[in-house]
Design a protein around this ligand. Sequence first.
Ligand code: CA
Length: 502
Amino acid sequence: MKSYYILYLFLIGSVFWASGKQPNILFIFSDDHAYQAISAYGSNRNQTPNLDRLANEGMRFDRAFVTNSICAPSRAVVLTGKHSHLNGQFTNKETFDGSQQTFPKLLQKAGYQTALFGKWHLKSSPTGFDSWEVLRGQGPYYNPLFLTKKGRKNITGYTTNIITDRTLNWLKNERDKEKPFFLCSWHKAPHRNWLPAPKYMSKYDDRDIPEPETLRDNYENRLSPASTQAMTIDKHMRDDWDFKLTTPKGFNNEQKRIWEATYEPKNKAFREAKLEGDDLLKWKYQRYAKDYLRCIDSVDENIGRLLDYLDQTGLSKNTVVVYSSDQGWYLGEHGWYDKRWMYEESFRTPLLVRWPGTIEPGSVNMDLVQNLDYAQTFLDICEAKQPTDMQGRSLLSLLKGETPEDWRKSIYYQYYEFPGSHNVRRHYGVRNHRYKLIHFYMIDGWELYDLQNDPNEMKSVYGEPEYEQIRNVMKKELIRLRKKYLVPEDNRPLPKEIKEIY
Ligand code: CA
């Protein structure tokens, strides 16, 4: 009788364990996804029904930002919970030091199984993941090569779909169903050069995508960096790579046939029209925006596949779903594509979190949060200890709808990749709920934006007398944050020969 009783207690205990003391986390992460291209964020350009589902059933963060708006550095910040100057990934050029402390390693210690499928982009092999299959480098849109623990593997098809297939396969067939999981499904899309899946190649052909107000920005009223960049749709996009006036490489015969049947007529019409001036800019914007949005259509569709699977299996109840991007993106704002700047569109990033029973459905958070906070948030959700040397703060109380009294009122940013692609000058700065102060430190130039009066950041008010007090307050705050985050005074100096060309 006694042994039956012990067995009974054991079964009750197992059921309790399995029913959800430790939640699972599914972290869907995309690359270069502008919040302006998510309907839950009010996009006037596209519809993203599955991302909207996450927002409607969970929380939308409207003031989520990154600390360094570029791919590899952002991933390193997410993994370590530390700014670039401490995790060593300043730009896309370094190799990530995977021997350092990261949150997946800490989750493993806390009893989680960890898995990663998709884009990694940190050069060194993933550490802290029990299972992983990652794209080599940036990865292509079609027929990707995956690096795995067992070697290399080529898979035919469209990368966004394949990453989801691999994620679902792990959920269905490969994981240990007795253990809680932390699962990453990290997309290449919608990173440049925007090759859509066959089913979306003709989408938007029947309409124009609205242009952003600042598409024809002439960069007046700001310092020189805004005009010396090399990232305008008009002058810096390439006919072959970006506009695809020639057939992109990497297709198999069937994919190539579908591509040419769809794009050749559009390209022929473009060549015959011989567009110039503003008409040409309009065409370039439309070609770029449509291909970009088509890639997002696949991301959204694949998020739907994951959410459906979680619903069908009952996993939804105890699985936190997080969606974010490694940074924001210019979908034509200021005439640009790409990222890197502390200006809003690339500084901000989408962040949607669903957690049934904990997050109020349809809630919106306006607190200042950063990708620096993700590591500690994941550890906190999983009830694992947060190391004291991480630099963010758990978002758990925010997810529960409670903002602590002492939540931060300002955030720090620093960008390092100059010289580098797109010629964006190094800068650091501080943003609070209303103002943003930017220091282009190699030329010792300052910009100040009043985001309430000038949300598009078209005019720096740094030199205006009525902003003197704000300027001083923001400078003090900048000094405080640089101390708090242990930013070295010298900001990782440039080599001498580079200083001369700056
Ligand atoms: Ca990116």
